[in-house]
Design a protein around this ligand. Structure first.
Ligand SMILES: O=C(O)c1ccccc1NCC(=O)[C@H](O)[C@H](O)COP(=O)(O)O
Length: 202
């Protein structure tokens, strides 16, 4: 079980992660209150332990900008949250970039959309539509391919997401208090999934 903490934007967020060993951390380059610029990302990534993989999160941005940022920062993955099509993803893969394709699901039809990326990307991530409080576990459990799950995961509701046996979990708002990453909440998640974690990403 992989653990990804997303939306980190302060040096102290990374220092907390260095103590907790999530498999991946996500820095957001899309429009968001959690957005970081490349200069801040550079500073943040200098502090990150090598055992944690760095993910850059993008949404409908120019593929050339995504590639440039991925190369400059040495990102381990880019995570694409918008309408990036198969050609867009193929281009990045040909350039040697590892890709997580996020697909918002609100119906079974969206699972078919997600499935198209399975053989092309490193991970498919199933998420709930941004701004909704939809419980996507009922739809996700119909998926016949491996996926990372996200979408409002908290320590309180974690069990129903783990019951799906996903490849990983991805959490952002559920590890925040008043909009800032919260060490106690992150630690709670890490301790809860400890028995389910294996070799990680190596
Ligand atoms: O977090 C944002 O504001 C954001 C904006 C644009 C694209 C992606 C964004 N977030 C991605 C994530 O934080 C996670 O991959 C995922 O959606 C889980 O978030 P949460 O439901 O808050 O745990």
């Amino acid at each position: 079980m992989l653990v990804k903490f997303c939306g980190l934007k302060r040096i102290e967020d990374i220092q907390m992660c260095n103590k907790l060993f999530p498999d991946m951390i996500g820095l957001i380059f899309a429009e968001s209150p959690r957005k970081v610029d490349v200069e801040l990302a550079e500073k943040i990534l200098k502090v990150k332990g090598n055992f944690i993989k760095a993910v850059g999160v993008f949404k409908n941005q120019s593929v050339f900008d995504v590639l440039k940022i991925a190369k400059r920062l040495g990102l381990d993955f880019v995570q694409l949250h918008g309408e990036e099509d198969l050609e867009y993803v193929k281009f990045l893969r040909q350039e040697g970039v590892s890709v997580i394709k996020a697909v918002e699901i609100s119906s079974e039809e969206d699972l078919r959309k997600a499935e198209k990326y399975v053989n092309l990307v490193n991970f498919v991530l199933l998420d709930r539509p941004k701004g909704s409080d939809l419980d996507i576990t009922q739809i996700a459990k119909l998926a016949k391919f491996p996926y990372i799950i996200a979408g409002g995961i908290t320590l309180e509701n974690l069990d129903k997401f783990l019951a799906l046996s996903p490849v990983g979990i991805d959490i952002s708002s559920g590890i925040e208090t008043n909009g800032l990453k919260d060490y106690k909440k992150m630690k709670g998640i890490i301790e809860r999934v400890k028995p389910l974690r294996n070799g990680g990403l190596g």
